[in-house]
Design a protein around this ligand. Structure first.
Ligand code: TEU
Ligand code: CA
Length: 565
């Protein structure tokens, strides 16, 4: 397996709106990020994935772009951006930008032109269709609730928007659209960008004829994923993108790819004829949702998922891509709830369970992603009032479902508290001053009230904190090739509390033990792992460093990593 810088790195995701506000307008910005680069360097971060900072009306907080080659007013200017990348590269931190090319904002000049008339040269930059019997062209549901089509009075046709009605889908069948995107990508790479995180990259190709979806959900609109996920021409488009853009640079790409199998993962990321460096799969992110199709499933919480099922998913991705592709390892991001609240215990065992989750993730094969605030154990937030929420997905879900009767008001709020994307979008908690030190103004979204207990300053001052534990984990990856390149094997497959696995490279073996429960199960070392020497690399409780873990009663959420020889 080839050595690559992006395989040996740890990537930190910044959601700029909520990271740090430098000018008191309550919104994070580029100068704010620049002022925190030493913090990132100190943590040991190699690469930053920056969520979109391009001009945008912020219907979807920047994932609705109105100018791909200029900076959103609230975030600063292109000069600020040039300073940011210069300051990053000075610190040997690479910058991966967010590439959102399935759709633009409805304020993008291309769309403003396209909707003017059927004869406009930009008309087929987007996907326009006549209605059918006075209704939408087909029955697809949007990711953000309601129909995936919006009627436009001016030209009496509908346009497709898989996401919000202000995010019209680009028509990737049109070679002019594809070339415009490749030119834009080249412009950013020539400006110094080191790679792209590719937003919903496997929905670009839609099935010819845009057929109706089968009925799998309540209501009028149905999940059309079979007709746009991993679509018929997706590999053609991505091979063309690779040949025309990626192959000209020493860069990395990470695809955000929903509904992919590990075989898709190999097809997309293998080093012979793949089309991206690595990918975010979503199977583990679906472990606690109902199997109802489409976007409604996410809001129907399955709280009694089994660790054995979680192990099966992650083991499949580890083994099927070993030597054949590359995983992006993550437990949270700007679209997902906070992992310590979702998979750990954000009350009694907050630090212990967050350290366990971090160890479990960072010792696997792949590139680990740290989402802003994850390194200090930021948690979900339960805002009392729906008006405190800002996310278009949450608000559309709430208003779409409120009068339908599938959920009571309490169930709606419970689902939003558990799963809503704003859980991950409350301002970064820097210290215990007002607004957690994020802004001197009024924050664009309320701060999580627990910022006095959970903040960067407090954790930096506590040598036993989660923050210092992350520093150690990240440092271990830099020191030991086995953590990057070693092969993964699951042990204790049927244990529903302990997740234990090994990594093997040459004559070395790592043993990773992670108690995913607040109980105290006994870990018994399998005979096959009874070696002669045991070196403790890291643990979240203090324990003997050379004692063999032959049979240990684990503490709640206890984790340990040993090198066996
Ligand atoms: O997310 C794609 C996506 O599927 C999300 O809608 C996510 O899976 C869902 O919110 C989970 O319920 C990308 C971006 O990460 C997201 O922030 C954008 O809203 C979306 O694409 C549209 O650009
Ligand atoms: Ca600001």
């Amino acid at each position: 397996m080839e050595r690559k810088w992006w395989k040996e790195s740890v990537i930190y995701q910044i959601y700029p709106r909520s990271f740090y506000d430098s000018n008191g307008d309550g919104i994070g910005d580029l100068q704010g990020i620049i002022s925190k680069l030493d913090y990132l360097k100190d943590l040991g971060i190699d690469i930053v994935w920056l969520s979109p900072v391009y001009k945008s009306p912020n219907d979807d907080n920047g994932y609705d772009i109105s100018d791909y080659q200029d900076i959103m007013d609230e975030f600063g200017t292109l000069e600020d951006w040039d300073q940011l990348i210069k300051e990053m590269h000075k610190r040997d931190i690479k910058l991966v930008m967010d590439l959102v090319v399935n759709h633009t904002s409805d304020e993008h000049p291309w769309f403003i032109e396209s909707r003017k008339s059927k004869a406009n040269p930009y008309r087929d930059y987007y996907i326009w269709r006549k209605g059918k019997d006075g209704e939408e062209p087909n029955n697809w549901v949007s990711f953000f609730s309601g129909s995936a089509w919006e009627y436009d009075e001016e030209t009496e046709e509908y346009f497709l928007h898989l996401f919000s009605r202000r995010q019209p889908d680009l028509n990737w069948e049109n070679p002019k659209v594809r070339q415009e995107i490749y030119d834009m990508m080249t412009w950013w790479l020539d400006r110094g960008v080191d790679g792209f995180r590719m937003d919903v990259i496997n929905v670009l190709s839609k099935t010819e004829g845009l057929p109706d979806a089968p009925v799998t959900m309540d209501g009028k609109y149905q999940w059309g994923g079979d007709y746009f996920l991993n679509g018929p021409k997706i590999m053609d488009y991505l091979h063309e993108m690779k040949e025309k853009v990626f192959d000209k640079y020493d860069m990395m790409t990470v695809g955000e790819t929903q509904a992919v199998t590990t075989e898709d993962g190999v097809r997309y990321t293998n080093e012979e004829d793949g089309v991206m460096s690595m990918l975010f799969q979503f199977e583990h992110m679906g472990i606690d949702k109902s199997p109802v199709g489409g976007n409604l499933g996410k809001w129907m919480i399955n709280r009694d998922w089994k660790l054995t099922d979680f192990k099966k998913i992650m083991t499949r991705w580890q083994k099927d891509l070993d030597g054949r592709g590359w995983n992006a390892l993550y437990l949270e991001n700007h679209d997902q709830p906070r992992s310590v609240s979702r998979f750990g215990d954000d009350q009694a065992y907050h630090q212990e369970s967050a350290k366990m989750l971090a160890t479990w993730l960072h010792m696997m094969q792949g590139t680990p992603f740290v989402y802003q605030g994850q390194e200090i154990g930021m948690t979900n937030v339960a805002f009392e009032n729906i008006n405190q929420y800002k996310d278009v997905e949450i608000l559309n879900f709430y208003h779409d479902q409120k009068d339908k009767g599938n959920f009571t008001e309490e169930e709606l709020m419970d689902a939003i508290h558990y799963r809503g994307r704003d859980n991950a979008r409350t301002p970064m908690q820097w210290n215990d001053s007002p607004n957690a030190g994020f802004t001197t103004g009024k924050p664009w979204i309320d701060v999580n009230p627990n910022y006095r207990d959970i903040n960067v300053e407090k954790e930096m001052n506590d040598p036993n904190s989660l923050y210092h534990y992350y520093k150690k984990l990240i440092q271990l990856r830099k020191e030991h090739d086995i953590i990057v390149y070693g092969s993964y094997n699951l042990i204790l497959e049927d244990d529903n509390q302990i997740y234990a696995y090994t990594r093997m490279l040459n004559d070395e073996t790592l043993l990773v033990i992670a108690n995913f429960s607040k109980e105290t199960p006994v870990f018994n070392l399998p005979d096959s792992l009874k070696y002669t020497s045991y070196e403790l690399f890291i643990s979240n409780y203090s324990c003997e460093t050379t004692e063999a873990p032959l049979s240990i009663q684990l503490k709640p959420y206890e984790t340990r990593v040993y090198r066996l020889k």
